[in-house]
Design a protein around this ligand. Structure first.
Ligand SMILES: Cc1cc2nc3c(=O)[nH]c(=O)nc-3n(C[C@H](O)[C@H](O)[C@H](O)COP(=O)(O)O)c2cc1C
Length: 352
């Protein structure tokens, strides 16, 4: 059995456990990342942030650069295709207080790939390497890159691109060994992860289908990866992180589930504002309350509600002891006023 509580590092950044919480667009808000850290993730990552959005000082994009005191170590992930503007965005990521800048060379979504970003870069190792060296030269924090296996099914392009990126200055690689064409179908082929590990002398993180401690142990043992990354399995289920890291597999009580969900709602409102949070949170109700934990109509009921204080009331009515559990959780968190550090030069807001 490998000890997932054994620290490791990416460059000078020490990471306390072998579990990394995956970047997920529309999911990896601050509440998700902080919760991930509490439940045993050693490293958390923002969702992909658009370099073009940063360049144009888009207010919503800049909001993704908010770093809380209790999420370190944290990677902020960028996507883009132009080395100069990506280097500029990476400087902002560093100024925002991130410990690592992560580059998305794996996103299969057309909106991203048609701009030459995401998985498209797997088809152009020279350009991908130019991006990494421009960024590595621009910042002092380590640069990591997240890849898929290639664009098309059966592709092994990651084995060509990966070592090039390390030569260009990448301090770590994460591989999700599905092709972009596969999206999320089929299975992640971690035999490829093992090959990549043998080709590079930087830590490799294995992403894809890590859903249990047994799977995490098997992938670490057979690939030589430094850590595993967990994505979908942690949606509405932070307890799986605890299980993977410590082997402390247990089904949470209804009170714990409701307390975690209400905390998540409150933190997300603080980050996104009530109006945006209300729509954003709907998918989380099913994730938290599903898995046979609460009757299905209950989730439907919550999804219909617009006002989040009503959502809270219904949740507490379904598990009255949750209020006490929540008070305990909130008491342990750093003060909400202190923990959001937006340490950015004022000029990034377009001056003024
Ligand atoms: C909803 C969703 C959004 C995602 N967004 C991102 C993203 O912004 N950046 C990224 O590198 N990967 C993204 N991914 C891929 C995950 O990080 C991960 O590599 C993939 O889901 C496989 O891991 P899993 O089987 O543990 O979910 C996303 C995945 C999902 C399901």
């Amino acid at each position: 059995m490998l000890d997932l509580r054994q620290p490791w590092s990416i460059g000078p950044v020490e990471i306390p456990t072998r579990l990394v919480l995956a970047p997920m667009a529309g999911v990896s808000v601050q509440a998700f990342r902080r919760q991930g850290r509490r439940f045993g993730a050693g490293l958390v990552c923002s969702e992909m942030v658009s370099c073009a959005g940063i360049e144009h000082r888009n207010e919503r994009t800049l909001g993704y650069l908010r770093v809380a005191a209790d999420e370190h170590p944290l990677a902020i992930q960028l996507f883009g295709s132009e080395p100069g503007s990506m280097a500029e965005a990476a400087r902002m990521v560093e100024a925002a207080g991130a410990d690592l800048v992560d580059l998305n060379f794996g996103c299969p979504v057309r909106k991203v790939t048609k701009t030459g970003a995401g998985a498209t870069l797997l088809d152009d190792p020279d350009h991908a390497a130019r991006i990494v060296s421009a960024i590595a030269a621009a910042v002092d924090i380590p640069v990591s890159v997240k890849l898929r296996r290639g664009l098309r099914n059966g592709s092994r392009d990651c084995l060509v691109v990966g070592p090039r990126l390390v030569e260009a200055g990448a301090a770590s690689l994460t591989l999700h060994p599905r092709s972009a064409q596969q999206m999320y179908t089929g299975t992640a082929d971690h035999a490829l992860t093992a090959e990549l590990v043998s080709l590079v002398d930087v830590p490799v993180v294995a992403s894809g289908d890590i859903v249990s401690r047994a799977k995490a142990q098997a992938v670490l043992a057979t690939t030589g990866a430094a850590a595993v990354m967990v994505g979908r399995a942690a949606q509405g289920n932070p307890w799986v992180l605890e299980e993977i890291v410590d082997g402390a597999g247990r089904e949470p009580s209804r009170e714990e589930i409701v307390a975690e969900l209400v905390l998540f709602v409150r933190e997300t409102v603080r980050e996104l504002g009530e109006r945006r949070a209300s729509g954003f949170l709907k998918k989380f109700y099913g994730w938290y309350l599903g898995r046979g934990r609460f009757p299905r109509p209950f989730k439907q009921e919550l999804v219909q509600l617009e006002a989040l204080d009503e959502v809270e009331q219904r949740l507490f009515a379904a598990a009255p002891g949750a209020a006490e559990v929540l008070r305990g959780l909130e008491a342990e968190l750093p003060d909400a006023e202190d923990d959001v550090v937006l340490d950015l030069p004022i000029s990034i807001y377009g001056g003024g």
